[in-house]
Design a protein around this ligand. Structure first.
Ligand code: ADP
Length: 288
């Protein structure tokens, strides 16, 4: 592992030796390390098993966000899988505890991100949610996008993984058929983080929030916010600032379960049946 990191460092011209490297916890997919050399500190992610384009997609997502002024760690170098594992080296963000100020700033950051809108949902390339493929074919119809490219593709992946019982599968198909009723609005297509759980934000020592590990595309901004509510960790201050900067529609809360369903299906595939009952509750709500 150290050898792989050294190869990545030499690619960016840091030939000084590694002074310290230690594992960083908190991620769910990759091995993560703090690395410091005679020259600089870095954050390194390593992966042996993910698909080839996995880190490339993350790098592209980070670059899209940063090109819209959204604070993310700066990508430095990617090492494809070769003799060693894949390596992704980026700027190290010295982490601090979040506080009222940083939570409000994060609310503003996410609202700023969502204020970037385009004419089509999707993106010009596919990417990953966790290690799962995420298709982003562009369309101007949000219900079609969410029905087919989010719920539909995840239904196929879940079926292949054997985590949808016959009843789950039937209900999911039924819910997808009536999705226009449950979504019931025509959203703008906002720049989305796409994987906005609590573990994918950081704050530095100056109380400045960063977004990390995105699964970027354009779509209904409510899906990002719905995901923040799924596992929690975001404070009142975050939501108050977000809503002050970019108010949500009054009926948006009705759509929370519809949008959380995608992430629950992803978790069902990645982490197993402990997410099954939450999936079932939503499916039952919309298919009785
Ligand atoms: P994974 O893709 O495996 O989920 P993450 O990108 O979420 O990995 O990173 C794992 C953990 O490492 C995060 O929860 C965060 O605490 C920390 N981390 C991520 N990026 C940085 C960074 N640029 N600087 C410092 N710490 C980071």
């Amino acid at each position: 592992m150290k050898q792989a990191i050294e190869m990545a460092l030499s690619k960016i011209g840091d030939e000084t030796s590694i002074v310290k490297w230690e594992s960083v916890s908190g991620g769910s997919i990759n091995q993560a390390f703090y690395v410091s050399t005679g020259k600089q500190e870095y954050f390194a992610k390593l992966n042996r098993t993910a698909p080839d384009g996995f880190f490339k997609a993350e790098e592209k997502g980070l670059n899209i966000l940063s090109s819209h002024g959204i604070r993310v760690p700066k990508p430095l170098v990617l090492l494809p899988r070769g003799e060693t594992e894949m390596v992704f080296l980026m700027e190290w963000i010295s982490p601090a505890r979040s506080n009222k100020q940083s939570e409000r700033s994060l609310g503003r950051l996410v609202a700023n991100m969502h204020h970037n809108t385009v004419d089509m949902a999707g993106l010009d390339h596919s990417n990953y949610i966790g290690e799962l493929h995420q298709e982003n074919n562009q369309t101007d119809d949000w219900v079609t996008f969410y029905r087919d490219q989010r719920l539909g593709i995840m239904q196929d992946i879940a079926n292949e993984a054997g985590v949808l019982s016959g009843d789950r599968d039937r209900r999911l198909t039924k819910m997808r058929e009536r999705l226009d009723l449950f979504i019931g609005h025509k959203p703008d297509f906002s720049l989305l983080h796409g994987d906005l759980w609590d573990g994918n934000r950081l704050v530095n020592e100056n109380d400045e929030p960063y977004l990390i590990d995105p699964a970027v595309y354009y779509g209904d901004r409510e899906i990002d916010i719905a995901f923040t509510y799924l596992f929690g960790g975001y404070t009142e201050g975050f939501y108050a600032q977000y809503d002050a900067d970019y108010p949500l529609e009054k009926e948006w809360e009705d759509r929370i379960p519809v949008y959380q369903l995608y992430y629950l299906l992803v978790h069902l595939v990645l982490f197993g049946e402990s997410y099954g009952s939450a999936v079932d509750r939503i499916l039952q709500k919309y298919t009785t």
